[in-house]
Write a protein that binds this ligand. Structure first.
Ligand SMILES: Cc1cc2nc3c(=O)[nH]c(=O)nc-3n(C[C@H](O)[C@H](O)[C@H](O)COP(=O)(O)OP(=O)(O)OC[C@H]3O[C@@H](n4cnc5c(N)ncnc54)[C@H](O)[C@@H]3O)c2cc1C
Length: 363
Protein backbone atom coordinates (compact mmCIF):
# COMPACT_ATOMS: atom_id res chain seq x y z
CA UNK A 1 0.00 0.00 0.00
CA UNK A 2 0.90 3.62 -0.40
CA UNK A 3 -0.34 6.45 1.82
CA UNK A 4 0.34 9.95 0.50
CA UNK A 5 0.86 12.15 3.54
CA UNK A 6 0.47 15.34 1.49
CA UNK A 7 -0.62 15.81 -2.10
CA UNK A 8 -2.37 12.77 -3.58
CA UNK A 9 -4.33 13.97 -6.62
CA UNK A 10 -3.50 16.03 -9.65
CA UNK A 11 -6.47 18.40 -9.58
CA UNK A 12 -7.67 19.38 -13.04
CA UNK A 13 -5.45 17.00 -15.02
CA UNK A 14 -5.59 18.54 -18.49
CA UNK A 15 -3.07 20.11 -20.89
CA UNK A 16 -3.25 23.49 -19.10
CA UNK A 17 -1.86 21.89 -15.93
CA UNK A 18 1.98 21.83 -15.89
CA UNK A 19 2.11 18.97 -13.34
CA UNK A 20 -0.13 16.89 -15.59
CA UNK A 21 2.00 17.71 -18.63
CA UNK A 22 5.20 16.66 -16.86
CA UNK A 23 3.64 13.50 -15.44
CA UNK A 24 2.33 12.56 -18.89
CA UNK A 25 5.65 13.28 -20.57
CA UNK A 26 7.41 10.97 -18.10
CA UNK A 27 4.74 8.26 -18.43
CA UNK A 28 3.90 8.37 -14.71
CA UNK A 29 0.09 8.21 -14.97
CA UNK A 30 -2.34 5.35 -15.48
CA UNK A 31 -4.29 4.79 -18.73
CA UNK A 32 -7.53 6.46 -17.46
CA UNK A 33 -5.76 9.82 -16.97
CA UNK A 34 -4.51 9.74 -20.56
CA UNK A 35 -8.05 9.50 -22.00
CA UNK A 36 -9.19 12.70 -23.69
CA UNK A 37 -12.70 12.56 -22.22
CA UNK A 38 -11.08 12.39 -18.78
CA UNK A 39 -9.13 15.56 -19.50
CA UNK A 40 -12.13 17.40 -20.89
CA UNK A 41 -14.53 16.61 -18.02
CA UNK A 42 -15.61 19.78 -16.17
CA UNK A 43 -15.74 18.72 -12.52
CA UNK A 44 -15.48 22.26 -11.13
CA UNK A 45 -12.97 21.11 -8.52
CA UNK A 46 -15.42 18.56 -7.07
CA UNK A 47 -15.05 15.30 -8.98
CA UNK A 48 -18.21 13.19 -8.80
CA UNK A 49 -17.40 10.01 -6.88
CA UNK A 50 -19.92 7.26 -6.10
CA UNK A 51 -20.74 8.07 -2.50
CA UNK A 52 -22.75 7.12 0.55
CA UNK A 53 -23.72 9.61 3.25
CA UNK A 54 -24.03 8.52 6.87
CA UNK A 55 -26.03 10.58 9.36
CA UNK A 56 -25.30 10.89 13.08
CA UNK A 57 -28.52 9.00 13.86
CA UNK A 58 -26.78 5.91 12.48
CA UNK A 59 -28.47 5.63 9.10
CA UNK A 60 -27.65 6.11 5.46
CA UNK A 61 -29.19 9.42 4.38
CA UNK A 62 -31.44 9.68 1.34
CA UNK A 63 -29.23 10.26 -1.73
CA UNK A 64 -31.94 12.53 -3.18
CA UNK A 65 -32.03 14.74 -0.08
CA UNK A 66 -28.23 14.85 0.04
CA UNK A 67 -27.84 15.80 -3.62
CA UNK A 68 -30.52 18.48 -3.30
CA UNK A 69 -28.48 20.20 -0.57
CA UNK A 70 -25.27 19.70 -2.60
CA UNK A 71 -26.89 21.30 -5.64
CA UNK A 72 -27.93 24.33 -3.61
CA UNK A 73 -24.47 24.62 -2.06
CA UNK A 74 -22.73 24.30 -5.45
CA UNK A 75 -25.00 27.00 -6.90
CA UNK A 76 -24.29 29.34 -3.97
CA UNK A 77 -20.56 28.68 -4.24
CA UNK A 78 -20.68 29.39 -7.98
CA UNK A 79 -22.43 32.68 -7.25
CA UNK A 80 -19.74 33.49 -4.64
CA UNK A 81 -17.18 33.30 -7.45
CA UNK A 82 -18.83 36.01 -9.52
CA UNK A 83 -17.49 38.95 -7.46
CA UNK A 84 -13.91 38.62 -8.69
CA UNK A 85 -13.05 41.77 -10.63
CA UNK A 86 -16.47 43.28 -9.84
CA UNK A 87 -17.26 46.23 -7.57
CA UNK A 88 -17.96 46.11 -3.84
CA UNK A 89 -18.96 42.54 -2.85
CA UNK A 90 -22.15 42.09 -0.78
CA UNK A 91 -20.20 40.61 2.17
CA UNK A 92 -16.54 40.59 3.21
CA UNK A 93 -16.17 36.81 3.46
CA UNK A 94 -17.43 33.69 1.71
CA UNK A 95 -18.83 32.44 5.05
CA UNK A 96 -20.90 35.57 5.67
CA UNK A 97 -22.11 35.57 2.07
CA UNK A 98 -23.23 31.93 2.24
CA UNK A 99 -25.12 32.48 5.50
CA UNK A 100 -26.85 35.54 4.04
CA UNK A 101 -27.90 33.43 1.04
CA UNK A 102 -29.01 30.39 3.03
CA UNK A 103 -30.98 32.21 5.78
CA UNK A 104 -33.87 33.48 3.60
CA UNK A 105 -34.16 30.04 1.95
CA UNK A 106 -34.63 28.19 5.25
CA UNK A 107 -38.48 28.27 5.27
CA UNK A 108 -38.66 26.48 1.91
CA UNK A 109 -35.75 24.05 2.39
CA UNK A 110 -36.80 20.40 2.19
CA UNK A 111 -40.22 21.42 0.93
CA UNK A 112 -40.86 23.23 4.22
CA UNK A 113 -41.17 20.05 6.34
CA UNK A 114 -39.34 20.45 9.65
CA UNK A 115 -37.34 17.17 9.56
CA UNK A 116 -36.48 17.57 5.87
CA UNK A 117 -35.46 21.18 6.46
CA UNK A 118 -33.17 20.18 9.33
CA UNK A 119 -31.56 17.53 7.14
CA UNK A 120 -30.93 20.04 4.33
CA UNK A 121 -29.26 22.38 6.83
CA UNK A 122 -27.15 19.54 8.25
CA UNK A 123 -25.91 18.53 4.78
CA UNK A 124 -25.17 22.20 3.99
CA UNK A 125 -23.10 22.35 7.21
CA UNK A 126 -21.14 19.32 5.96
CA UNK A 127 -20.61 21.06 2.59
CA UNK A 128 -19.11 24.05 4.44
CA UNK A 129 -16.62 21.73 6.19
CA UNK A 130 -15.56 20.21 2.87
CA UNK A 131 -15.04 23.69 1.47
CA UNK A 132 -12.86 24.50 4.51
CA UNK A 133 -10.62 21.56 3.52
CA UNK A 134 -10.52 22.68 -0.10
CA UNK A 135 -9.72 26.29 0.82
CA UNK A 136 -7.31 25.21 3.61
CA UNK A 137 -9.03 27.28 6.27
CA UNK A 138 -10.58 26.96 9.72
CA UNK A 139 -13.67 28.86 8.63
CA UNK A 140 -15.07 30.28 5.40
CA UNK A 141 -15.38 33.53 7.38
CA UNK A 142 -11.61 33.79 6.89
CA UNK A 143 -11.87 33.50 3.09
CA UNK A 144 -12.35 36.85 1.37
CA UNK A 145 -15.37 36.90 -0.94
CA UNK A 146 -14.15 39.24 -3.66
CA UNK A 147 -11.10 37.21 -4.83
CA UNK A 148 -12.79 33.82 -4.26
CA UNK A 149 -13.47 33.49 -8.00
CA UNK A 150 -9.81 34.08 -8.79
CA UNK A 151 -9.13 30.39 -8.15
CA UNK A 152 -9.82 28.62 -11.41
CA UNK A 153 -10.49 24.87 -11.48
CA UNK A 154 -9.00 23.33 -14.60
CA UNK A 155 -10.95 20.67 -16.48
CA UNK A 156 -10.16 16.99 -16.00
CA UNK A 157 -11.12 14.29 -13.52
CA UNK A 158 -8.62 14.21 -10.65
CA UNK A 159 -6.06 11.45 -11.06
CA UNK A 160 -3.30 9.96 -8.93
CA UNK A 161 0.22 8.69 -9.53
CA UNK A 162 0.19 4.86 -9.42
CA UNK A 163 3.78 4.99 -8.14
CA UNK A 164 3.08 7.84 -5.70
CA UNK A 165 3.35 11.62 -6.12
CA UNK A 166 7.04 11.25 -5.24
CA UNK A 167 7.63 9.58 -8.61
CA UNK A 168 7.46 13.04 -10.23
CA UNK A 169 10.23 14.75 -8.21
CA UNK A 170 12.24 11.50 -8.40
CA UNK A 171 12.02 11.64 -12.19
CA UNK A 172 12.96 15.35 -12.25
CA UNK A 173 15.90 14.70 -9.93
CA UNK A 174 17.21 11.84 -12.04
CA UNK A 175 17.81 14.30 -14.91
CA UNK A 176 20.05 16.52 -12.75
CA UNK A 177 23.72 15.94 -11.91
CA UNK A 178 24.14 14.23 -8.52
CA UNK A 179 24.37 16.72 -5.64
CA UNK A 180 22.41 19.48 -7.43
CA UNK A 181 19.60 19.30 -4.88
CA UNK A 182 20.62 19.31 -1.24
CA UNK A 183 18.12 17.94 1.26
CA UNK A 184 18.10 18.55 5.02
CA UNK A 185 19.85 21.84 4.43
CA UNK A 186 17.94 24.41 6.46
CA UNK A 187 18.64 28.00 5.45
CA UNK A 188 19.20 30.43 8.31
CA UNK A 189 19.64 33.75 6.53
CA UNK A 190 19.43 35.14 3.02
CA UNK A 191 21.68 38.16 2.63
CA UNK A 192 20.74 40.15 -0.44
CA UNK A 193 21.48 43.50 -2.06
CA UNK A 194 25.09 42.84 -1.08
CA UNK A 195 28.40 42.27 -2.81
CA UNK A 196 29.83 38.87 -1.88
CA UNK A 197 32.92 37.11 -3.17
CA UNK A 198 34.13 33.51 -3.21
CA UNK A 199 37.24 33.12 -1.03
CA UNK A 200 40.25 34.36 -2.95
CA UNK A 201 38.23 35.50 -5.99
CA UNK A 202 37.64 39.24 -5.92
CA UNK A 203 36.97 39.30 -9.67
CA UNK A 204 33.29 38.41 -9.42
CA UNK A 205 30.73 39.86 -7.00
CA UNK A 206 27.44 38.14 -6.15
CA UNK A 207 24.49 40.13 -4.77
CA UNK A 208 23.12 37.22 -2.69
CA UNK A 209 24.60 34.99 0.02
CA UNK A 210 22.51 32.10 1.37
CA UNK A 211 23.67 30.98 4.83
CA UNK A 212 22.65 27.59 6.19
CA UNK A 213 22.11 26.40 9.76
CA UNK A 214 25.06 23.99 9.38
CA UNK A 215 27.45 26.83 8.51
CA UNK A 216 27.56 26.25 4.74
CA UNK A 217 27.05 29.29 2.50
CA UNK A 218 26.21 29.73 -1.20
CA UNK A 219 26.66 32.79 -3.39
CA UNK A 220 24.11 33.56 -6.10
CA UNK A 221 22.86 36.15 -8.57
CA UNK A 222 19.25 35.35 -7.71
CA UNK A 223 17.34 33.14 -5.29
CA UNK A 224 13.82 31.77 -5.59
CA UNK A 225 12.45 31.29 -2.08
CA UNK A 226 9.61 28.78 -1.63
CA UNK A 227 9.54 28.28 2.16
CA UNK A 228 6.01 27.98 3.60
CA UNK A 229 3.96 31.05 4.49
CA UNK A 230 3.88 30.04 8.18
CA UNK A 231 7.69 30.05 8.30
CA UNK A 232 7.79 33.48 6.64
CA UNK A 233 5.26 34.85 9.14
CA UNK A 234 7.48 33.79 12.04
CA UNK A 235 10.88 34.47 10.61
CA UNK A 236 10.84 36.92 7.69
CA UNK A 237 12.27 39.81 9.74
CA UNK A 238 15.57 38.06 10.43
CA UNK A 239 15.50 35.49 7.59
CA UNK A 240 16.15 38.24 5.03
CA UNK A 241 18.99 40.69 5.56
CA UNK A 242 18.19 43.46 4.84
CA UNK A 243 14.52 42.82 5.74
CA UNK A 244 11.92 42.61 2.97
CA UNK A 245 10.31 45.84 1.75
CA UNK A 246 7.22 46.89 3.73
CA UNK A 247 4.87 45.95 0.89
CA UNK A 248 6.05 42.32 0.94
CA UNK A 249 6.15 42.11 4.74
CA UNK A 250 2.59 43.42 4.81
CA UNK A 251 1.47 40.81 2.25
CA UNK A 252 3.01 38.05 4.42
CA UNK A 253 1.19 39.43 7.47
CA UNK A 254 -2.19 39.65 5.74
CA UNK A 255 -2.14 36.33 3.92
CA UNK A 256 -3.30 33.28 5.83
CA UNK A 257 -3.34 29.53 5.52
CA UNK A 258 -4.96 27.02 7.84
CA UNK A 259 -4.13 23.46 8.84
CA UNK A 260 -5.25 20.45 6.83
CA UNK A 261 -4.74 16.86 7.97
CA UNK A 262 -5.48 13.39 6.71
CA UNK A 263 -6.44 10.40 8.84
CA UNK A 264 -5.69 6.98 7.35
CA UNK A 265 -7.68 4.02 8.64
CA UNK A 266 -6.90 0.52 7.47
CA UNK A 267 -9.46 -2.29 7.72
CA UNK A 268 -9.16 -6.04 7.43
CA UNK A 269 -12.45 -6.10 5.52
CA UNK A 270 -14.42 -3.18 4.07
CA UNK A 271 -17.79 -2.27 5.63
CA UNK A 272 -18.60 -0.20 2.52
CA UNK A 273 -19.88 -1.47 -0.84
CA UNK A 274 -17.21 -2.09 -3.51
CA UNK A 275 -18.54 0.69 -5.77
CA UNK A 276 -18.51 3.34 -3.02
CA UNK A 277 -15.51 5.67 -3.19
CA UNK A 278 -16.60 8.47 -0.87
CA UNK A 279 -18.09 8.10 2.62
CA UNK A 280 -19.59 11.39 3.79
CA UNK A 281 -20.47 12.14 7.41
CA UNK A 282 -23.33 14.43 8.41
CA UNK A 283 -24.10 15.55 11.96
CA UNK A 284 -27.85 15.87 11.75
CA UNK A 285 -28.24 18.55 14.44
CA UNK A 286 -25.88 21.01 12.71
CA UNK A 287 -26.66 24.07 10.64
CA UNK A 288 -24.39 26.42 8.69
CA UNK A 289 -26.30 29.28 10.33
CA UNK A 290 -25.15 28.36 13.84
CA UNK A 291 -21.75 29.01 15.38
CA UNK A 292 -19.76 25.77 15.61
CA UNK A 293 -18.77 24.64 19.12
CA UNK A 294 -15.45 25.93 20.42
CA UNK A 295 -15.05 22.98 22.81
CA UNK A 296 -12.44 21.26 20.67
CA UNK A 297 -11.82 18.43 23.11
CA UNK A 298 -15.48 17.39 23.01
CA UNK A 299 -16.27 18.04 19.35
CA UNK A 300 -13.08 18.11 17.22
CA UNK A 301 -14.08 14.98 15.29
CA UNK A 302 -17.28 16.63 14.01
CA UNK A 303 -15.14 18.74 11.68
CA UNK A 304 -14.16 15.55 9.83
CA UNK A 305 -15.67 15.73 6.35
CA UNK A 306 -15.71 12.03 5.63
CA UNK A 307 -13.47 9.48 3.95
CA UNK A 308 -12.22 8.71 0.49
CA UNK A 309 -11.70 5.01 -0.25
CA UNK A 310 -8.16 4.65 -1.60
CA UNK A 311 -8.17 3.17 -5.09
CA UNK A 312 -7.49 0.55 -6.23
CA UNK A 313 -7.99 -1.73 -3.19
CA UNK A 314 -5.76 -4.37 -4.85
CA UNK A 315 -2.87 -1.93 -4.38
CA UNK A 316 -3.84 -0.23 -1.11
CA UNK A 317 -5.87 -2.81 0.78
CA UNK A 318 -9.03 -1.48 2.47
CA UNK A 319 -7.91 2.00 3.42
CA UNK A 320 -10.01 5.07 4.16
CA UNK A 321 -8.48 8.52 4.04
CA UNK A 322 -10.33 11.14 6.12
CA UNK A 323 -9.96 14.91 5.83
CA UNK A 324 -10.11 17.49 8.59
CA UNK A 325 -9.23 21.19 8.48
CA UNK A 326 -8.85 24.11 10.85
CA UNK A 327 -8.44 24.41 14.61
CA UNK A 328 -10.02 20.98 15.11
CA UNK A 329 -7.29 19.60 12.87
CA UNK A 330 -4.62 21.35 14.96
CA UNK A 331 -6.22 19.96 18.12
CA UNK A 332 -6.09 16.46 16.64
CA UNK A 333 -2.32 16.88 16.17
CA UNK A 334 -2.00 17.07 19.98
CA UNK A 335 -3.64 13.62 20.40
CA UNK A 336 -1.91 10.26 20.25
CA UNK A 337 -2.62 7.80 17.42
CA UNK A 338 -4.45 5.62 19.95
CA UNK A 339 -6.75 8.49 20.95
CA UNK A 340 -7.50 9.38 17.32
CA UNK A 341 -8.09 5.71 16.56
CA UNK A 342 -10.48 5.32 19.51
CA UNK A 343 -12.49 8.38 18.48
CA UNK A 344 -12.64 7.36 14.82
CA UNK A 345 -13.85 3.87 15.73
CA UNK A 346 -16.58 5.38 17.93
CA UNK A 347 -17.62 7.88 15.25
CA UNK A 348 -17.75 5.26 12.50
CA UNK A 349 -19.74 2.84 14.66
CA UNK A 350 -22.19 5.59 15.58
CA UNK A 351 -22.69 6.91 12.05
CA UNK A 352 -22.69 3.67 10.10
CA UNK A 353 -24.83 1.93 12.70
CA UNK A 354 -22.69 -1.15 12.08
CA UNK A 355 -22.01 -2.12 15.67
CA UNK A 356 -20.52 -5.49 14.83
CA UNK A 357 -18.55 -4.27 11.81
CA UNK A 358 -14.94 -5.38 11.63
CA UNK A 359 -13.68 -1.92 12.48
CA UNK A 360 -10.04 -2.43 13.24
CA UNK A 361 -8.52 0.78 11.95
CA UNK A 362 -4.85 1.55 12.30
CA UNK A 363 -3.96 5.22 11.83
C1 LIG B 1 -3.12 17.00 3.89
C2 LIG B 1 -2.81 17.69 2.57
C3 LIG B 1 -3.29 17.15 1.39
C4 LIG B 1 -3.01 17.76 0.17
N1 LIG B 1 -3.46 17.17 -0.98
C5 LIG B 1 -3.16 17.72 -2.18
C6 LIG B 1 -3.53 17.07 -3.39
O1 LIG B 1 -4.13 15.99 -3.37
N2 LIG B 1 -3.19 17.66 -4.56
C7 LIG B 1 -2.49 18.85 -4.61
O2 LIG B 1 -2.20 19.35 -5.70
N3 LIG B 1 -2.13 19.49 -3.47
C8 LIG B 1 -2.43 18.95 -2.27
N4 LIG B 1 -2.03 19.56 -1.12
C9 LIG B 1 -1.33 20.85 -1.23
C10 LIG B 1 0.14 20.64 -1.58
O3 LIG B 1 0.71 19.68 -0.72
C11 LIG B 1 0.86 21.98 -1.41
O4 LIG B 1 0.20 22.94 -2.21
C12 LIG B 1 2.30 21.89 -1.85
O5 LIG B 1 3.00 20.94 -1.11
C13 LIG B 1 2.97 23.25 -1.66
O6 LIG B 1 4.28 23.14 -2.12
P1 LIG B 1 5.36 24.19 -1.71
O7 LIG B 1 6.64 23.77 -2.36
O8 LIG B 1 4.85 25.56 -1.97
O9 LIG B 1 5.47 24.09 -0.12
P2 LIG B 1 5.92 22.87 0.79
O10 LIG B 1 5.54 21.56 0.18
O11 LIG B 1 5.43 23.20 2.16
O12 LIG B 1 7.51 22.95 0.73
C14 LIG B 1 8.23 23.94 1.42
C15 LIG B 1 9.58 23.36 1.75
O13 LIG B 1 10.38 24.36 2.37
C16 LIG B 1 11.18 23.70 3.32
N5 LIG B 1 11.70 24.69 4.28
C17 LIG B 1 11.05 25.33 5.29
N6 LIG B 1 11.88 26.16 5.93
C18 LIG B 1 13.09 26.05 5.32
C19 LIG B 1 14.37 26.65 5.54
N7 LIG B 1 14.59 27.54 6.51
N8 LIG B 1 15.39 26.28 4.75
C20 LIG B 1 15.22 25.36 3.75
N9 LIG B 1 14.03 24.78 3.49
C21 LIG B 1 12.98 25.12 4.27
C22 LIG B 1 10.24 22.69 3.97
O14 LIG B 1 11.00 21.68 4.64
C23 LIG B 1 9.50 22.18 2.74
O15 LIG B 1 10.16 21.07 2.17
C24 LIG B 1 -2.27 18.96 0.12
C25 LIG B 1 -1.79 19.51 1.31
C26 LIG B 1 -2.04 18.88 2.52
C27 LIG B 1 -1.48 19.47 3.79
Amino acid sequence: GLAELGAHWIHGPSPGNPIFRLATRYGLLGPAAAREENQRAEAGGHPPLPSVTYGSSGRVLSPQAVSKAHELFDALLASARTFWGAGEPPAPSVGQYLRAQIAPRVPTLGGGREDARRLQLAVLAACVKLECCISGTHSLDLVALQPFGEYVSLPGLDCTFPGGYGSLPDRLLSALPAGTVLLNKAVRTIRWRGSFHEDGDLGRAFPVRVECEDGDAFLADHVIVTVPLGFLKERHQDFFQPPLPRRKAEAIRRLGFGTNNKIFLEFERPFWEPQQQLLELVWEDESPLEEPSTDLEATWFKKLVGFVVLQPPEQHGHVLCGFIAGKESEYMETLSDAEVLGTMTRVLRMLTGIAAAPLTPTP
